[in-house]
Design a protein around this ligand. Sequence first.
Ligand code: FAD
Ligand code: SF4
Ligand code: SF4
Length: 470
Amino acid sequence: MPERMLKFLDHEQEMPVLRPVGERLGDFDEIYRRWAGDKAAAQAARCSQCGIPFCQIHCPLQNNIPDWLKLAAEERLEEAYDLASTTNTFPEICGRICPQDRLCEGNCVIEKDFGAVTIGAVERHITELAFERPQSIAIVGAGPGGLAAADLLRRLGYQIHIYDRYDRVGGLLVSGIPNFKLEKEIVARREQLLRQAGVHFHLEFEVGRDCSLADLRAGHAAVLIATGVYRGRDIALPGAGLGGIRMAMDYLVAANRVGFAETVAEFDSGELDARDKHVVVVGGGDTAMDCVRTAVRQGARSVSCLYRRDRDNMPGSFREVAHGEAEGVAFVWLSAPEAFLGEARVAQVRARKMRLGMPDQSGRQSPEPIEDAAFTLPCDLAVKALGFDPEDVPALFAAPELAVTRWGTIRIDYDSKMTNLPGVFAAGDIVRGASLVVWAIRDGLDAARQMHAYVQGGTASEDMPLAEAS
Ligand code: FAD
Ligand code: SF4
Ligand code: SF4
């Protein structure tokens, strides 16, 4: 880049235009107009980038004046503002009412022969522009991944807009995970802090229905997709079409809504209420654990958990199993459902005992059915908790060009956390597949750092701590 600085011979000192005396005496408005066009850049370029900057020494805040003047001269105004605001909380105020002729400008080395660099006016200008063009970030998904990213990005000064199709903030923390593991107030307290910090939530706003990904990209400096995975895996068994066989999320969402004192028709009708029912939950992960423990609390007659591997090989937490056992859940290990039996509604589940055979490609022992080992369990409500797959996000978002993996999770670059679409990032379950809250938080923070680097046109710092960003 050609040398932009030291232009004090080319450009005379110029302040923003003063309103005529007659005009300004008629009101109390500020007497300077705004700089138009690239005036600020030209004025900033007059700085001679002194090795010992007397302007900085004489600024009570020791503002890094030469550096932000250089950035302003290069028209990197957002970076100039970032730098100016690291030492000055209110640069737009100081830029207006500091006695610059006694402080920074009065000590500018070119003051005597050429007239000082108009430091205060540049400081005011870059800050006003920053206020006019606050960079906004769109986050799709108010789960832990999206919220973690929002928290870091808002500390870095971005305006955050979170879009979520659900009517509450928290993602699975509120829609899936029951109160007995995490009370809703704990999540609501975090939501409140984020709202107070200026994060904008757009709830019941579904990307794909209410706007496209392209709309979000056009309206924001960067976009984060943190939509989680919600397509419940199914099992094609005889009798699968009978009444009373439901997906885990239907069951848990209804229970959580009832916990919020909402009216849920399918709960009131008994369809999604386990009271007085024999409940069979199929699966061995966290979701299955939450279903069985919800059912015992709803007053089920019996609650069984069918899992095709043994206790040591189940994906859910052992602690949850122990809690479930203590609460009255019957864990039926090494058992897989074979058919749902009944007339119009399910009345029994026929299951088969399994044994663990040879390890598969993943190293886990594969369950194999044992002949002549079928048994039945009474069942008025069967809940399928077999894991989750991603929805078809490119189709949903009207963005067929968005790259996904063969599992349908969003493909991101490992280092930049960016998808194949510039400025579009992704984090959480929609990248990893169904995982843990703590991983969603980690992904959200990593993505936020990379989004900041992207928006600023630089590179992210691995060790940008939360505290430094506040
Ligand atoms: P989510 O929490 O799923 O949030 C995604 C958000 O995106 C949702 O609010 C959704 O409404 C929104 N969304 C989706 N599509 C759109 C769209 N098109 N437009 C707008 N918004 C959209 N993990 C643990 O660590 N410990 C546990 O005990 C635990 N228990 C669990 C129990 C259950 C029942 C389940 C299902 C999961 C559990 N997990 C647990 C896993 C954990 O909840 C997830 O890994 C975590 O919530 C993922 O966070 P996320 O931000 O990626 O997605
Ligand atoms: Fe420092 Fe005030 Fe000059 Fe700004 S205007 S550089 S705050 S002395
Ligand atoms: Fe630039 Fe003047 Fe500061 Fe020197 S003293 S660095 S010329 S503003």
